[in-house]
Design a protein around this ligand. Sequence first.
Ligand code: ADP
Ligand code: MG
Length: 275
Amino acid sequence: QPTAPRPKETRVFVVANQKGGVGKTTSTVNIAAALTQLGQRVLVIDLDPQGNASTALNVPHQQGTPSTYDVLVDGVPLADVMQDCPDAAGLQVVPATIDLAGAEIELVSVVAREGRLKKAIAAHPQVGSEADAGPERFDYVLIDCPPSLGLLTLNALVAGAEMMIPIQAEYYALEGLGQLLSTVDMVRAHLNPELAVSTILLTMFDSRTRLAHGVAADVRDHFGDQVLKTAIPRSVRVSEAPSYGQTVMTYDPASPGALSYLEAAREIATRGSLT
Ligand code: ADP
Ligand code: MG
């Protein structure tokens, strides 16, 4: 079993891009599962009312299931709503239900509404240094954001120190990123000075097309070392895994998609925080 060094402190990643369909959820669940294969303990927080990460990780999330909604709106501790992922040892999930769609509006009247998730994560006994949080400590927390820059994503940007932006290697890839990056600047200036875009992940990379190579070159020119060397190839095995209630890491571990996610996770773990 390959392993990677465990970080000194829990690393909290915000997986965000306000564009839908770029591979946020797919990357969150597969990087999470890959990290557990490298001996890491991981918590995934599903922050999208669609609950796609909950579906992909095969945890119940029908309406009324204790979820991120309860954490954000009622201040319920994360420990009370998290579930074991049946597909990967060492992986736990805070599911999202459709109730979360209302949270954006319900939170408007709440005090310190953009800091609710940060507070919940900080209060979790398994978050922090190993000395403080014990052997069951989470090494990574990955937050899967909805495709918007509203109050849910804002809560994630306030809660995390590192941001992972999945970028689909296609023509419009860089469009809209300006808005995302100015939101990050705003959050850094006013709400979370620690926030850094540490990781850019190229997804759905089709190596046969010149377009994909061109987009990848543009992204690497623009973001430099923030871009992981490993790009995730477009592969039907990746997209069909959720319908079997599995990540591609267990559905087809020898497939190019699974191997790439494992390599991307290894890069993340070995290079540590760039902040
Ligand atoms: P987002 O969370 O950003 O909206 P998803 O992760 O849900 O994006 O991905 C959007 C669609 O693309 C899904 O149907 C997913 O299965 C598919 N997909 C994601 N990554 C790949 C890949 N590497 N190869 C093939 N299909 C993929
Ligand atoms: Mg998604």
